[in-house]
Design a protein around this ligand. Structure first.
Ligand code: SF4
Length: 167
């Protein structure tokens, strides 16, 4: 049986979990960093500027924010390919959600406008299995009353929660 997606796992939480489960826990519990944090602001500007003309951002169930919807393709825009695997999994989660919750089968494409890179993504049976097991793994971690312990990583230096974890 597939785990329910009714829990509040959105695209941001799914992406963050691949990088740091503690950060994902913060988002899941609606603890958001300051909107004026420099890196977030930069990310938002890249996001808003790069695909302005082609942009058709769509929210699905208040959980997924799909950057571009075109024909049978959805796109996710990232400011850099630094966390490419997390971005791939986030997009795969979108494809999975649309398939299982909406009966829609799409292909995905990752766009890294600053680096002029694109990568197409299909929801293969293997990838679908991976998303199923990730959701199973994430739900108890996210719904726990306490966050996962602090774990130092190279990502901490640029994380918007660094003051919470290390301040
Ligand atoms: S500062 Fe480090 S441990 Fe804390 S949420 Fe960010 S990445 Fe995770």
């Amino acid at each position: 049986m597939k785990p329910t997606l009714a829990a509040r796992i959105n695209g941001t939480i799914f992406y963050a979990y691949q990088i740091c489960p503690r950060e994902a826990w913060f988002y899941y519990h609606r603890l958001n960093p300051s909107q004026e944090y420099d890196l977030l602001l930069l990310g938002r500007l890249v996001h808003e500027g790069s695909y302005q003309r082609a942009r058709k951002e769509i929210f699905v169930d208040q959980l997924l924010k799909v950057d571009l919807f075109r024909d049978e393709m959805i796109a996710e825009v990232k400011k850099s390919s630094r966390h490419k695997e997390a971005a791939r999994l986030q997009l795969a989660f979108y494809l999975y959600y649309l398939k299982h919750e909406k009966g829609l089968e799409f292909e995905g494409v990752l766009l890294f406008p600053k680096e002029r890179k694109t990568e197409r993504l299909r929801l293969t049976p293997e990838l679908e299995e991976r998303i199923t097991s990730l959701i199973k793994e994430m739900l108890p971690v996210l719904s726990s009353e306490t966050p996962p312990p602090v774990k130092k990583s190279k990502y901490c230096r640029t994380c918007s929660f660094q003051e919470v974890c290390w301040g």
